[in-house]
Ligand binder design. Structure first.
Ligand SMILES: [Zn+2]
Length: 480
């Protein structure tokens, strides 16, 4: 059976409280036609149409509002009562960006505008100079720039910023999801206005059997890179993808994509659920936004997915030498290898296995370019043979888990590009692949109820899409 990717687009009311999920085939097909690089969609069964799951929505003007938490939508199963009208949000007041500048000029001022050209802001150039290049008169430059300055700081315009210019106006975007139009007003001189770019969101479920590598399996399902990297980061706390994943294991992901309808570009991807079946074991983690503490990943009971340390602080590498006695590749003597080696191409980024403070960063004898991070009173990690240490990685610097600290190389005593990785417990080097690592924090009990609602929502969605774990135990059936 083919791995499936299904996309669903649903129209919803713009209110943050009442979200009425209504899926129509027309919306779906129209919406899908806008995504240039999406996998062939399959219409989901009706099972989803009334699930009320929040991230599936289509709205003309949703962009700049922070999205309400998915769990809030749970309490708003469609009901037919008239709610008091909320005050209009700024998105309802602002116009929607148009496909061409000429359309906005005609819509706002009634003027015709022929020919639009794109100009990039050059180094040392201000907007005035750019408009002069575009053929504007000094008078038009003075009044249009004054109008524009009310909407955007003239100093914050980066070199290379694109302006689309015609004789009766110009437009640029200095913020995702927003355009600033400056238009010739036949009555009042020049005016500037902010418009919202139209955006659609899709919730996509992807699953597949892992035959060789998670990378290949995800590629077959057309999982976007961002979602896959996040997935690997989360699972990396518990799973060593190079060692533990066996053929026949399977992955599940639920992610949301936001598409700019005018450009067709993907604005963002957000993973909501990460599942993995590992020789009979089931791992499942849910994204949960904890207000001020930011988003985290938790299992269904609210335990953090984050361990204090990542066992494999490098993506796409192959374990080439494990911990223990071995014949030294250079000296030829038998010796204890007090770390693990991951072979990977020169330049592959190496990430901090946990947050902490840089203890050493520099050349260290046979280790070559070497970085050691102290994570807490008990744990440190060390990384050797780098080709380059990342900028800012100096003794005393704080690093966050997942931050790139250097790049794979073959410096020091080494036979080829690889990462030599050590975990130190109370300064004693232990086997990174087997040492038991403490789990991270739990969800605050006061937020557990709302978290559980999100879990139910996600599980319903995943189940409705034919999740492996609920459908069959015989994964060979899915491996055709
Ligand atoms: Zn080594």
């Amino acid at each position: 059976m083919e791995k499936t990717v299904s996309c669903i687009a649903v129209e919803t009311a713009r209110s943050t409280i009442l979200r009425i999920g209504l899926m129509t085939a027309v919306t779906f097909v129209t919406a899908m036609a806008q995504i240039s690089n999406a996998a062939t969609p399959s219409l989901p069964s009706g099972a989803n149409s009334d699930s009320g799951l929040e991230p599936i929505y289509y709205s003309r003007l949703p962009m700049p509002l922070p999205r309400p938490d998915i769990a809030l939508a749970y309490a708003a199963i469609p009901i037919k009562v008239t709610l008091p009208k909320p005050r209009p949000s700024i998105e309802e007041v602002l116009p929607t960006s148009t496909a061409t500048l000429g359309q906005m000029i005609a819509q706002q001022t009634g003027l015709e505008s022929t020919g639009e050209h794109v100009y990039k802001l050059k180094s040392g150039e201000g907007i005035g100079k750019l408009l002069r290049r575009a053929g504007y008169s000094e008078k038009d430059i003075a009044s249009s720039v004054m109008a524009m300055a009310a909407k955007a700081s003239l100093r914050s315009l980066p070199v290379g910023l694109k302006f689309t210019v015609s004789e009766n106006g110009f437009v640029f975007s200095n913020r995702v999801g927003r355009d600033i139009y400056t238009l010739r007003d036949p009555d009042a001189g020049w005016l500037a206005l902010t418009a919202i770019r139209p955006v659609e969101s899709y919730l996509t479920f992807a699953h597949g059997v892992i035959k060789n590598s998670i990378y290949k399996a995800a590629a077959v399902s057309a999982v976007p890179d961002n979602a896959l990297l996040e997935y690997i980061r989360i699972m990396g706390f518990s799973v060593d993808f190079q060692r533990e994943v066996q053929p026949g294991d399977a992955f599940e992901m639920l992610y949301e994509r936001k598409i700019d309808l005018l450009s067709g570009e993907e604005i963002s991807t957000r993973l909501h659920y990460a599942g993995l079946r590992l020789s009979g074991d089931q791992l499942g983690f849910y994204r949960f936004n904890r207000d001020k503490k930011g988003a985290g990943w938790f299992d269904k009971d609210g335990n953090s997915a984050a361990r204090t340390l990542i066992r494999t602080p490098i993506a796409g590498a192959r374990l080439s030498s494990s911990f223990g006695m071995r014949r030294h590749p250079i000296s030829g003597f038998n010796a204890m290898h007090r770390g693990v080696d991951f072979s990977a191409p020169t330049g592959t980024p190496i990430i901090a296995a946990g947050s902490g403070t840089i203890k050493k960063a520099g050349w260290l004898g046979s280790y070559g370019r070497y970085v050691q991070i102290k994570h807490n009173g008990t744990y440190s990690t060390a990384y050797a043979h780098m080709s380059r240490i990342a900028v800012g990685i100096v003794p005393g610097a704080r690093v966050q888990q997942g931050q790139v600290i250097g790049y794979v190389g073959s410096s020091g005593q080494s036979t080829g590009p690889h990462l030599h990785y050590e975990i130190l417990v109370n300064n004693r080097r232990v086997n990174p692949l087997t040492v038991s690592l403490p789990t991270g924090e739990k969800i605050d009990p006061s937020m557990l109820d709302i978290f559980r609602k999100k879990v139910v929502l996600i599980d319903n969605e995943v189940m409705a899409n034919g999740a492996l774990r609920y459908v069959t135990n015989d994964l060979t059936l899915l491996d055709e």
